[in-house]
Ligand binder design. Structure first.
Ligand SMILES: Nc1ncnc2c1ncn2[C@@H]1O[C@H](COP(=O)(O)OP(=O)(O)OP(=O)(O)O)[C@@H](O)[C@H]1O
Ligand SMILES: [Mg+2]
Length: 646
């Protein structure tokens, strides 16, 4: 349960709020006076949602129609399980895992994911923020991306206005926090989310239980601020809400009660008392009207017959205000570069502060691989007895860092969840997200490769700089390939643990087929070619080549007789030159004296690129927003996600 917010705060009613972007665009388009600006209109018709469960088909939304005008706040109420969140998800194009029908129109045009990104914002029930950023930093970066046209001073002014009105000044320097470390309270996070939504100046604002976790006075202040914002900016605000006080309930422009996926009342909150009297369930004195009506339509306790009676007598008393807008605005030309810079700065800051992204792994590589170097200290000596230990040391140096990319799956999963929400809410475009991710991952992969091999190579190296550089290049390519795989698993699964398990399974298979246990011709015939699909096979082969080719080994000397060397001491003997050693090892492992390093690096990079392209398609499908007739890829992903969630 989220902690309640303590302390009161007041709305600064002296400061006026700017009109929302849709209203501004429409005003400009139709050359209208600012005071007589046309209103946005959201129309939902015949909204139905069906799912299949073990008992058969279940209809969760049963043909809901509603119209909301700009400047209104609509509260959706109803007992738990009535379908409030489902309706909100349908309106925000997020609904998945079933059959969706009906239309959602903004000013007469069907709402698309692109229009949603431009004109709407969805505040989900559970608030997640960038854990390592402070409340003010989160606000400032978002202002930098949402308010492209504004100057820095205007952005700062709006951030301050939001912080004051949402009572966030006291926690402005507190980090958001997450399940691992405590930061802002649940109520503060809720208000921060609301602040981000209001910063966008969206025409449509959807909020799922924005007041859960807030105390009575914070609820009342936040809802008054929201109402003021909607009123002054001509915005449509739709919020699901549980147990509002009478004061908050009466402050909504209109309220809609839902029962079992149907509308039980939709109209002005002031008229509900009359409505209850008219349908034979008068409101008892000193009773909260919202509580009374929810009790009437709660089928779990009031009985299905009574609920049906109330629903059948539902009067849609919702007044039609005015509707003059006949167009939706064109997509605004955001300044792509400035958005990219702001996002890059924010993600760079997070990557430095959050150890789960890169620095934690870097420290692990450094410690683990240094330990290997110490354990294999004697393998510095290039003598016959250390051929095999040195061969395996290189395997360890490549194996541990690539294995630990499974940890990255968790970080990428958390990042993707937050960033896809931000993409859907129009904070930045998908391509901005992609470019930022790529621009950050490249230098970090280089740093990770350095932390993985620099100390061990210093310990066991033969002192050749070209060899050091080539080893780093092999590690960079292998780590980048596994980084791409970790990103793919991070965004493919909703549950990060499932993604991590998938990544571990893939790494184990890659290790098994890496050529250091079995050569392809020793593997059962239908799996032998799998070796060539494994990045670890190319990584190990390249590391061995880099470290063995051009070396000279004690305990053997060159000879004119085949195999080109003769042993000068008893015991195992593999050759005088690195090439001869590799050729001898090819009897046991996948190894050859031919230099394949460049080819191996190219193959690893190509594999990484293919995985990256798959990740991009998944990312695009996942951030597109669901609607009837979604693409086949999207449907497959939705089904995978819903079965995973079950
Ligand atoms: N994908 C699904 N598969 C099966 N049942 C579902 C699915 N999605 C929603 N439901 C069911 O639909 C009903 C409505 O769910 P919804 O989350 O919309 O309720 P709610 O009104 O928001 O409730 P609460 O107030 O508790 O948040 C619930 O009974 C829920 O179990
Ligand atoms: Mg809900």
């Amino acid at each position: 349960m989220m902690p309640a917010v303590t302390g009161d705060f007041d709305i600064d009613r002296t400061r006026s709020l700017p009109p929302c972007r849709l209203q501004r665009t429409l005003t400009a388009k139709l050359n209208l006076d600012e005071n007589a600006a046309p209103l946005a209109e959201l129309q939902v018709s015949g909204a139905t949602f069906k799912v299949k469960d073990r008992a058969g088909e279940k209809e969760i939304l049963k043909g809901i129609d509603l119209t909301i005008q700009g400047g209104e706040t609509l509260a959706i109420l109803g007992p738990s399980g009535a379908g409030k969140t489902t309706l909100l998800e349908l309106m925000t194009l997020q609904l998945k895992g079933g059959e969706v029908a009906g239309t959602v129109k903004l000013n007469g045009r069907e709402l698309t994911a692109d229009m949603f990104r431009d004109h709407a914002f969805y505040v989900e029930q559970y608030d997640t923020h960038w854990a390592f950023l402070t409340c003010r930093e989160i606000m400032e970066y978002s202002a930098g991306m949402f308010m492209q046209e504004a100057t820095k001073a205007e952005q700062a002014e709006k951030v301050n206005l939001m912080m004051v009105n949402l009572g966030l000044e006291g926690c402005s320097n507190t980090r958001a926090g997450n399940e691992f470390f405590k930061g802002m309270s649940g109520g503060q996070k809720k208000r921060l989310t609301l602040g981000l939504a209001l910063l966008k100046g969206a025409a449509l604002l959807f909020l799922d239980e924005p007041t859960s976790g807030l105390d009575a006075s914070a609820t009342s202040s936040v809802m008054r601020f929201l109402d003021k914002m909607a009123h002054e900016a001509g915005m449509i605000a739709v919020a699901t809400i549980h147990q509002p006080s009478t004061e908050v309930f009466m402050s909504f422009s209109s309220v809609m009660f839902m029962a079992n996926g149907r509308v039980a009342y939709h109209g002005k909150p002031q008229q509900i008392q009359n409505h209850c009297g008219n349908i034979g369930f008068p409101l008892p004195e000193q009773t909260n009207p919202a509580d009374h009506f929810i009790n009437l339509v709660n089928s779990d306790f009031a009985g299905q017959e009574q609920v049906d009676r109330v629903v059948e007598q539902c009067v849609q008393t919702h007044p039609k205000i005015r509707y003059s807008a006949d167009d939706v605005p064109q997509e605004s030309q955001k300044r792509f570069c400035s958005q990219l810079c702001t996002l890059f700065r924010r993600q760079a800051l997070i990557s430095v502060r959050d150890p789960s992204v890169y620095f934690g792994r870097m420290a692990s590589f450094l410690i683990a691989n240094s330990l290997f170097a110490v354990v294999y200290w004697n393998a510095r000596e290039l003598s016959q007895e250390y051929v095999i230990p040195r061969f395996f040391l290189l395997g360890w140096l490549g194996a541990v860092p690539t294995l630990l990319s499974a940890v990255g799956v968790y970080a990428f999963n958390q990042q993707f969840k937050l960033m896809s929400k931000e993409v859907k809410n129009g904070l930045f475009a998908r391509r901005t997200y992609l470019l930022t991710t790529i621009a950050l991952e490249v230098p970090y992969v280089v740093l990770m490769a350095l932390s993985a091999v620099v100390i061990p190579l210093y310990v066991v190296s033969t002192g050749n700089w070209a060899e050091l550089l080539s080893t780093i290049l092999v590690m960079v390519s292998a780590l980048w390939c596994f980084e791409c795989l970790a990103q793919m698993f991070g965004i493919l699964f909703t549950n990060p643990l499932t993604g991590m398990l998938g990544m571990l399974a893939l790494w184990i298979v890659s290790f098994l087929f890496s050529g250091i246990f079995l050569k392809p011709d020793q593997i059962v015939w239908f799996l032998k070619d799998a070796v060539y699909l494994m990045p670890l096979f190319y990584c190990f082969r390249a590391l061995h080549h880099v470290q063995f080719l051009g070396t000279l080994w004690d305990g053997a000397e060159l000879s004119d007789v085949v195999p080109g060397f003769k042993c000068t001491q008893p015991g195992p003997c593999y050759g005088r030159t690195g090439e001869q050693v590799l050729k001898s090892l090819s009897g046991m492992f996948v190894s050859s004296e031919q230099d394949t390093v460049t080819r191996d690096i190219a193959v690893i990079l190509l594999m990484g690129l293919l995985v990256k392209l798959v990740s991009i398609s998944i990312m695009v499908a996942r951030t597109r927003g669901s609607k009837p007739g979604a693409s086949p890829v999207q449907k497959v992903l939705e089904e995978a996600t819903s079965s995973e969630e079950v």
